[in-house]
Design a binder for this molecule. Structure first.
Ligand code: ATP
Ligand code: MG
Length: 425
């Protein structure tokens, strides 16, 4: 039998797992790192004629962008699955373009190659994680998203492709350390989605191949960390570039560009030459021409990822309380020292999203028809569970449950590895 693997293809971070002895291990993707940003940089600087763009992955991709190398950074590629963008091409500079789905394929291929080097064998069977819903309230587009991910995996040489829900995988990981039988509510709150599973786990249930009876409910919403970044950028950064300002006619300036700039997977759409030209022509819509000039700086110097990265960093600093200063001098030196944001302001911008996520935990419980007190443990995983007010808001709904914090970035991949062994093993 050929060796097997499992991939957690995350909106923000990814990992690839290999079975190892009785357990599972994550492949080292970058020196000392077993998870890496879901990022690809297409470099076009100094290419010979007809030479394809050079690809960098993970932290190296982000570094290439920060260094200002000519090319394009791709992030949040998971968010394009199930949308019309998936089959479209995007410009990466110097006359080159790539199909979004091929960006996904290239990234999966990179993970596969690293795992093959570590396993010392070709890998052609994979379990991929998937959110409970790639797309909310649209079963057709949701199915299309999974089919697109499967197609990308097959295109890079995986002959057998299985799927498992990400929160179920996290439950399987939790179960490896569970000492007694219990009902656990998994909250996996990542970059793109917040997923919940209510699962019966225990030492006696580990390793059973059919777990359908143990899965009491599954639910999720397409709201998570990248949405929080968007709200912070719209509230505290983009007003300096004219967002929500009114023009000489008394009308608000067109806002689409701001929403696109604040949405990780749409940032590159703003850099298309036709779009940049259109934005330049909109100068007359602005009363404060400095705001328009800053917007043009952002699009011509391709500062979109840098700005949303600032919003994300502010969010992470504020996740545990306090205040932070957003440095905006890259768009205008006159904006020094920057915008101060405190926890209360950030939470106000995120409140509706946090409530939707916490409500999804309730819906999960209602689906199972289980009394609240029957939930023994609450298992938190995913980077966004680092946002204390969110974790507390969920925990408050389950006062009888013990709160357990897993490895925020590795739990899903570990659990997918456990599942891969069960289905292929
Ligand atoms: N300390 C922190 N506090 C709050 N948010 C954080 C913290 N650390 C990371 N994050 C956020 O966590 C998110 C990434 O989490 P994670 O890696 O679990 O997501 P993912 O698995 O890639 O996404 P998904 O599972 O939704 O596809 C990002 O939005 C990041 O900003
Ligand atoms: Mg995840």
């Amino acid at each position: 039998m050929s060796p097997i693997c499992a991939i957690d293809f995350g909106t923000s971070n990814s990992a690839i797992a290999l079975p190892s002895g009785e357990g599972v291990r994550l492949v080292e993707l970058e020196p000392g790192q077993r998870t890496m940003p879901t990022a690809v940089f297409y470099a076009v600087e100094g290419l010979a004629p007809f030479e394809p763009p050079q690809r960098h992955y993970g932290r190296a991709a982000v570094a290439a962008y920060v260094e200002g190398i000519e090319g394009r950074l791709m992030r949040s590629m998971k968010s394009i699955l199930g949308s019309t963008l998936a089959t479209q091409a995007t410009d990466v500079g110097a006359g080159h373009s790539v199909r979004y789905l091929d960006v996904v394929g290239g990234y999966l291929q990179h993970l596969k190659a690293l795992a093959e080097a570590e396993a010392g064998a070709a890998l052609d069977r994979v379990v991929l994680g998937r959110p409970v819903f790639f797309v909310d309230d649209d079963p057709e587009r949701d199915a299309a998203a999974q089919a697109a991910l499967e197609q990308a995996a097959r295109a890079v040489g995986f002959a057998e492709v299985g799927f498992q829900y990400e929160p179920i995988a996290a439950a399987l990981d939790y179960e490896t350390t569970a000492e007694r039988e219990q009902v656990v509510l998994v909250a996996d709150i990542g970059g793109g989605t917040s997923d919940f599973s209510l699962v019966r786990v225990g030492p006696g249930r580990r390793g059973r191949s059919d777990r359908r009876d143990d899965i009491l409910a599954n639910h999720g919403v397409h709201v998570a960390g990248t949405d929080f970044d968007r709200h912070i950028e719209l509230a505290h950064i983009l007003p300096a570039c004219g967002f929500r300002s009114t023009g000489p006619s008394g009308r608000e300036v067109p806002s689409k560009v701001y929403f696109d700039l604040a949405t990780w997977h749409l940032i590159n759409t703003v850099y298309a030459p036709a779009r940049v030209a259109e934005l330049a022509r909109m100068k007359g819509f602005y009363s404060d021409l400095r705001q328009h000039a800053r917007l043009m700086t952002v699009v011509t110097q391709r500062l979109g990822h840098a700005l949303i990265g600032r919003a994300e960093a502010a969010k992470i600093t504020l996740a545990e309380g306090g205040r932070t200063v957003l440095d905006l001098t890259m768009i205008d030196p006159l904006l020094a020292p920057g915008a101060t944001v405190d926890e209360a302001q950030a939470l106000a911008a995120l409140d509706a999203d946090l409530e939707r996520i916490a409500a999804a935990a309730d819906t999960t419980l209602a689906q199972a028809g289980l009394a609240r007190e029957r939930v023994d443990a609450l298992y938190f995983t995913g980077g966004s569970t680092g946002l204390m007010p969110l974790a507390e808001r969920i925990a408050a709904r389950f006062p009888a449950a013990r709160v357990v914090r897993g490895d925020r970035f590795a739990s899903v991949a570990q659990g997918l590895g456990v599942h891969a062994r069960q289905v292929f093993g």
